[in-house]
Write a protein that binds this ligand. Structure first.
Ligand code: DX5
Ligand code: ZN
Length: 211
């Protein structure tokens, strides 16, 4: 079980210290929002680039933006190790996945609460990351949607049956209780924002999520 703190809930006035202090994190989850695909605006490639020298953890960039292909190079050059995009935002997912692999970046696709896993089924064999949204994308601090557990179970089963390699990542409303449910349902990585950053004891919060 890996833990990916979402810096969306970190103190934006001191992001460098925030990411440097979370030693027990496995990945750093970076929520990119454009005010178009989702009703919020957050972090762009310049901020990702500025943070890159201050952490040796993989940067797991979650693009909640329309037309992600337009900004793919910028987020790759900024130092993203994984880039996840939403199926709704692209015409040709294969092209993005191939572009990412061509630059040695792990490719991820995400399903929102109302998007079925079957919508991304044709691409699963090529992905390193599948991100199950357990809240509506846009904001931290929302309540976990239990319907997402079935998607994790299904993704785990599909991986076993077909020999796929993706990690199942769950994002939204994760705390000790919901994290445990996700683990039981087959999630490999928990993204958590407010649970980790709501106290000053970030590493302690991360360890609480690890069974
Ligand atoms: C929501 C983001 C999440 C969010 C999670 O659109 O994708 O990564 O930061 O925050 P919590 O853990 O507070 O639900
Ligand atoms: Zn996210």
């Amino acid at each position: 079980m890996k833990i990916a703190p979402s810096i969306l809930s970190a103190d934006f006035s001191r992001l460098k210290d925030e990411i440097a202090s979370i030693n027990d994190a496995d990945w750093i989850h970076i929520d990119v929002m454009d005010g178009h695909f989702v009703p919020n605006i957050t972090i762009g490639p310049a901020v990702v680039k500025a943070l890159r020298p201050h952490s040796d953890k993989p940067f797991d960039t979650h693009l909640m933006i329309s037309d992600p292909e337009k900004y793919l190079d910028a987020f790759i050059d900024a130092g993203s190790d994984h880039i996840t995009f939403h199926i709704e935002t692209v015409d040709d997912p294969d092209r993005l996945i191939d572009l990412l692999h061509g630059k040695n970046v792990k490719a991820g696709m995400s399903v929102k609460p109302n998007t079925p896993v079957d919508a991304i089924k044709p691409y699963l064999s090529k992905l390193e990351v599948v991100l199950v949204m357990s809240v509506e994308p846009g904001f931290g601090g929302q309540a976990f949607m239990p319907d997402s557990l079935d998607k994790m179970r299904y993704l785990k089963r599909l991986r076993e049956e077909n020999g796929y390699r993706y990690e199942v990542v769950v994002d939204g409303g994760i705390n000790v209780e919901t994290g445990k449910l996700c683990l039981e349902a087959g999630a490999d990585v928990l993204v958590a924002g407010s649970f980790i950053f709501k106290t000053q004891r970030r590493n302690e919060q991360i360890r609480k999520l690890k069974p």
